[in-house]
Design a protein around this ligand. Structure first.
Ligand code: ADP
Length: 509
């Protein structure tokens, strides 16, 4: 007996000391009969403040209005116990999320004589859960509403489990038409026969991720160019439990690329044909020209005694014209074969310029030209052509000098992103900006031959050489104020030149 009393006392003490649970005894009407440490901690009342009060004190006004506390104890009385979760009110008026179990206590005859009520404060868990739920909801909505990407999830077999707006927009199916079907549906007949979708999924399973671009089929049978990434999803043990599949419709980009590629190929073919034509024409034209020259020479030797002065003058004019024609034909021939050797070398532009200036030394000294050269870079490029480029630009700067003014020419180079920007400026006669577009065209000249000798091919050469180096050329000039030619050159390092193995586009003759 004494033992039993001791046990009960220990039990009471244990209940009293428990801090994490509010453990209460209620009478049949729900009035509070005892109060433990946990109850005080969770609900804020001291035992003296709450014992004797009804447990509905902990319920919100609304719950009380709806009779929730009464419903709970009547249910517990009927069924033995009842579980409930909901917002409860602390002494200070703040709320906590309570998880409650109310259990009926019976006497020996089975009549309900009261209740135990165990409450846990799950506010922190509830808040975490809510936060998680909200973020999951936001995430789901975000995925669902993304328009530019089809974001779908697949089960381990590749069957579609969900479908977002982007998927509907790109592939044309409504969720109810496609969920449950296999993602093979989006592949062409040929891809399906080749079991491409299966091997794509297998790759994602093995490597965690697989990527592919190719033609896919919409609901209406039309094709789109899809860029697809499939990612394997794993459980905590590392087993694959499904896949995410993100698809972008890059049809427009693909078509634009194809059109551009076709256009480029056409242009290159045309260009090659034109160059070939120019080469053949100029090569073959030399032959009759040589014959004319030879016979004119013979004519002069054999019949000069019977030709009067006027006749001799005519022959001289014919000879001058054929000489000029020879020069032009050679020019076209040289133009057509610019860069044909694809001979890319490492070139120290400082040395190259020294050589060019040596070649031009006669005209430099005869005109009193001063040429200032800043340190220049070492680049990879077409050696002979680059020499020709500098030679043409510098000789033009000397040729188109102002009468009675010694040419002053400045040459410099600066790195501009991945290219070199060269500048060659002079203090010559300058050019009106209305004719800037003309001067780079072959045979286009702004002056008569009497004023300035030339063929009108120099700048056409220069432009083609710059383009051979993936660059561009432009001019800044004003009549009487000198000219500055700017041109960009790419460093044609072997890797770059290998990518661009075909000849670059050049202007037509
Ligand atoms: P060419 O020198 O044989 O006339 P180009 O193709 O080298 O042919 O030049 C085309 C035209 O551009 C020249 O006729 C000239 O009018 C103009 N030009 C070129 N360089 C200069 C320059 N540095 N200053 C002024 N005009 C120039």
């Amino acid at each position: 007996m004494e033992n039993d009393l001791l046990k009960i006392a220990r039990l009471n003490k244990m209940v009293e000391e428990i801090e994490d649970y509010a453990i209460l005894l209620l009478d049949r009407k729900g009035n509070i009969e005892n109060w433990n440490k946990g109850a005080e901690k969770i609900k804020g009342y001291k035992a003296s403040e709450i014992i004797g009060k009804n447990f509905e004190t902990f319920y919100t006004t609304e719950d009380r209005k709806n009779g929730r506390p009464t419903l709970l104890i009547t249910t517990a009385a009927e069924k033995g116990s009842v579980r409930d979760e909901g917002w409860r009110v602390r002494k200070d008026g703040t709320c906590f999320w309570g998880s409650v179990v109310i259990t009926a206590i019976h006497d020996d005859e089975g009549a309900v004589i009261g209740f135990t009520k165990v409450t846990r404060d799950l506010t922190a868990q509830k808040e975490n859960h809510e936060r998680l739920k909200a973020s999951e909801e936001r995430y789901t909505r975000m995925v669902a509403e993304v328009q530019d990407y089809a974001i779908i999830s697949l089960d381990t077999e590749g069957n579609i489990e969900n479908w977002n707006s982007g998927a509907e927009k790109i592939k044309g199916y409504k969720p109810e038409e496609i969920i449950g079907k296999n993602f093979r549906t989006f592949y062409t007949e040929k891809d399906r026969q080749d079991k491409f979708p299966e091997s794509f999924l297998a790759r994602a399973r093995e490597n965690g991720r697989a990527q592919h671009e190719g033609w896919r089929v919409r609901k209406d049978g039309t094709y789109f160019w899809g860029s697809v990434v499939i990612t394997a999803l794993h459980d905590d043990e590392g087993n694959v439990i499904g896949f995410s599949k993100v698809t972008r419709d890059l049809t427009e980009r693909k078509l634009a690329e194809e059109t551009q590629q076709k256009y480029l190929e056409q242009l290159e073919t045309r260009n090659r044909e034109m160059e070939q034509l120019a080469y053949i024409a100029s090569h073959d034209l030399q032959e009759p020209l040589r014959t004319i020259n030879n016979f004119l020479d013979l004519f002069r030797i054999k019949y000069s005694h019977i030709v009067d002065e006027k006749g001799k003058m005519f022959i001289d004019v014919i000879m001058q014209s054929t000489g000029r024609m020879k020069e032009l034909i050679k020019g076209v021939l040289d133009y057509s074969i610019l860069g044909i050797n694809q001979d890319i070398k490492e070139i120290d532009c400082n040395h190259l310029l020294q050589d060019v200036l040596k070649d031009l030394s006669l005209s430099i000294s005869s005109t009193g030209a001063s040429i200032n050269v800043d340190p220049l870079p070492v680049i990879h490029g077409y050696n002979i052509e680059l020499r020709q480029l500098f030679q043409n630009l510098i000789s033009n700067a000397i040729k188109f000098r102002k009468p009675d003014t010694a040419p002053v020419i400045n040459i410099s180079a600066n790195k501009s992103f991945d290219k070199w920007l060269f500048t060659i400026s002079d203090n010559g006669i300058g050019i009106d900006n209305s004719v800037f577009h003309k001067i780079f065209l072959i045979f286009q000249r702004l002056h008569s031959r009497d004023q300035y000798p030339g063929t009108g091919m120099g700048l056409a050469y220069v432009k083609k050489i710059v383009e051979l180096h993936n660059g561009k050329i432009w001019i800044d000039s004003q009549p009487g104020k000198g000219s500055t030619f700017y041109f960009m050159l790419a460093d044609m390092i072997p890797a770059q030149s290998a990518i661009k193995s075909s000849r670059p586009v050049t202007i037509s003759l």
